[in-house]
Each structure stands twice: as C-alpha cells, then as structure tokens.
Write a protein that binds this ligand. Structure first.
Ligand code: G6P
Length: 367
C-alpha cells in the first residue's frame, strides 16, 4: 500500500503510537473550540426523548460499545441494550420503536453488523453509526454517522480506531446527558476538560514501554492468561484478552473481577498470570480485594494502575505499570492503550505475523 510504517516494526506499532493524535483529531471534530461544548451534526431524531439505546457491533468495536453502555446509563441515564451483532440479529428482541440504534464499526462493511443495522432499521430504530470509513456501506444505510477520525487502519488487530470509537461515544454521552437534563454546564465543562486532557496523557503512556515489555516477557511464557477489570474497566480487560488471543495465539479470558470467585478462581496458580486494569476510580478498593483473593491462591498479578493507585497496587503485585491519573470518565480510554501495547509486545516476543495474524481478516464480509 501507499502508507508506510514510518520506521516502526509493524503497522500495529505505528498505529498504537497514533492514539494521542487520533483522540485529538476526533475531539476536534466533536468539540467546538470556542464554546468547549460537544456539537453533533443535525439529528433526524431527538436525544432528549429516545426511550432506549440498542448498541451492536463485532470484535473490538463491541467492547467499545460496552464502555459506551456504562457511560450512557450512568451519565445520561439512558437505558441500553447491547449484544454482538451476530446475536442481536437473530435473537429477535422486543424493541421499542423510536429507540436509538448505535452501530459501531471501523470498516463499515462487517457483514454481521450490516445485517443487524438493516434489521434494526426495519423495526423503526433510528440508526446512528460510529464509523471510521465514512464512505462505507453502513454509512450509506445509516440515518446519521459520526466519524472516528482515525485515518486508515492497516493492522488487522484494531488499535487506534478503538480509542477513536470511545472518544466519539464519550462525546455522544455528553450530548445525550445534556439533552436529557442530566448534565449542567459545569458538569459538561468538567467532562470536556477531561477529554481535552487525554491526548497529552495518552502520549505519556509510551514512557512506560520498558515496564510493559517486562510484563510481556512474563505473559509470553504463559499458556493461559486471565484479564480482570470492573465497571468500564471490564470491557478494557476484554479488549486486552481479545488482542492477546488474536496476535500472540495465547489463550486469554476476561472476567469481571467480582465474578472471578464464581468460577475462574479455580484455575489460578503460578502458571496463569492475571492482568488487571485498576485505575483509582471508585471501584479501586473492590477490585483490589478481588486481586488479593487471586494472589492468596498463588496468582501472579500484573497490574495497570495510575499514579494515585500505584503505592497500594505495588504492595501486592509482581509487576506494575503506572499510568497518568486521569478523570474517572476517560480512564477506560487511557487504560486501553497499555493493554494493547502489552499484546503487541507479547506477539513480538513470540515472533508471530503481528499485522496479519492467521485466520483473521481486517474486515469480515461473510455472516
Ligand atoms: C474483525 C477484525 C477486528 C474488528 C472486527 C470488527 O474481526 O479482525 O479487529 O474489531 O472485525 O470490524 P469492524 O470493521 O466492524 O470494526
């Protein structure tokens, strides 16, 4: 192709380094620089009165949607249904006409997501698609699109498109919350400031390269890895596990940290490293006690936290990566970057074909 690797070893490494840029470009599209308010294009429906949202997508885009659900429910108080597109399409759920259908796709061509879009449309659901390719089939068939300004993504495993999707969903949450009277101007100012702060905080994540490579050397030796997170950090754990499976071929499973005691805790021993995303949000203490339960059973804890959580995490973890402390709202966006970097470094150690993993396609156009 015409796009080079700019001296990086793989497109995936290059695209990982584009996270700060892409988040910034996407924010520029969504936030008016004069008023510092989120501005959406004209919508053919009213966010103030949509009864519910239905989110559907595949792969990484689905995990972005899961973070979106936490935000839309908690901040905008909008009830959300979510499922992967291949299930949403066939489980024939009772939908409330006039609901907001939120479709998320990098390519805009994924067959399952497109089929779900068409069936939601047929059920009188308003279709808002979050797309990276703005002249795609899904773009043509949506009522309105919000573009993730990520540029072309070459690596089969999605990286920068994912944080751009989260950035759009965060902005959509702010606009929805405002429309529904759940966010006053001061509240909006605070959340927008948190988003505007992200590109420079995201750039600081790359200072942790050595610590992430050290973590990777432990993960690369494992046959199975357990990823843990709570709340909006649960989908981040799922994204981390997916990325590891996709490009390093190591089996990984993500669990909501509080649910671990109902099953996977029986798997834990020295050979199953536990990768946990635990920034200092209100769920910090609860997650930490879940990690302590794992440690008591011989689990090796590899933890992503932030400057505020670093001391307490270091007391129990074997390896810690300390990220900048950001506003709770944007923590899942920041915490995604190091879990993707970890998967990348493990794949490099394993010597796999990072940009073209076996059996996977960039855009899956069959159901
Ligand atoms: C494929 C890719 C994934 C991607 C998924 C959804 O499985 O390998 O990286 O997340 O498709 O693709 P989309 O283009 O709809 O975001």
């Amino acid at each position: 192709g015409s796009i080079g690797k700019d001296g990086y070893r793989h497109y995936m490494e290059k695209e990982l380094h584009e996270h700060p840029l892409v988040i910034g470009q996407t924010l520029q599209r969504m936030i008016d620089p004069a008023t510092r308010k989120v501005t959406l294009p004209d919508l053919p429906f009213d966010l103030a009165t949509v009864p519910r949202a239905v989110i559907t997508a595949c792969g990484s885009a689905f995990y972005a949607g899961m973070v979106g659900r936490y935000w839309l429910e908690e901040i905008a108080r909008l009830p959300v249904d979510i499922d992967v597109a291949s299930e949403m399409r066939y489980r024939n759920p009772p939908l409330t006409p006039g609901s907001l259908g939120l479709l998320i796709s990098q390519s805009g061509e994924t067959a399952d997501t497109l089929a779900a879009l068409r069936s939601l449309r047929a059920d009188a659901i308003h279709i808002l698609s979050v797309l990276n390719v703005e002249h795609s089939t899904m773009a043509r068939e949506s009522d309105v699109i919000l573009g993730t300004v990520a540029g072309p993504e070459i690596s089969v495993a999605s990286t920068k498109a994912f944080t751009a999707q989260l950035t759009i969903l965060a902005c959509l949450t702010i606009a929805t919350a405002r429309a529904r009277g759940k966010l006053d101007p001061l509240g909006e100012e605070e959340l927008v400031a948190a988003l505007m702060d992200l590109p420079s905080r995201a750039a600081e994540v790359f200072n942790q390269g050595a610590a992430i490579r050290q973590m990777a050397s432990i993960v690369a030796e494992a046959r199975d890895v357990l990823y843990l997170g709570r709340g909006s950090m649960f989908p981040v754990a799922m994204e981390g596990a997916l990325k590891l499976k996709e490009i390093s071929y190591i089996h990984a499973e993500a669990y909501a940290a509080g649910e671990m005691k109902h099953g996977p805790i029986s798997l834990i021993d020295r050979t199953v490293p536990i990768v946990a995303s635990v920034p200092s949000t209100p769920l910090f203490d609860k997650t930490l006690s879940n990690l302590q339960e794992a440690k008591a059973r011989g689990g090796r804890l590899l933890v992503f936290t932030d400057t505020e959580g670093a001391e307490r995490v270091s007391a129990i973890a074997e390896q810690v990566v300390v990220l900048p402390r950001v506003h709770d709202f944007v923590a899942p966006i920041l915490q995604t970057i190091p879990v993707q970097m970890l998967a990348y470094e493990v794949a490099v150690l394993k010597g796999t074909d990072v940009d073209q993993p076996r059996n996977l396609a960039k855009s899956v156009t069959v159901e």
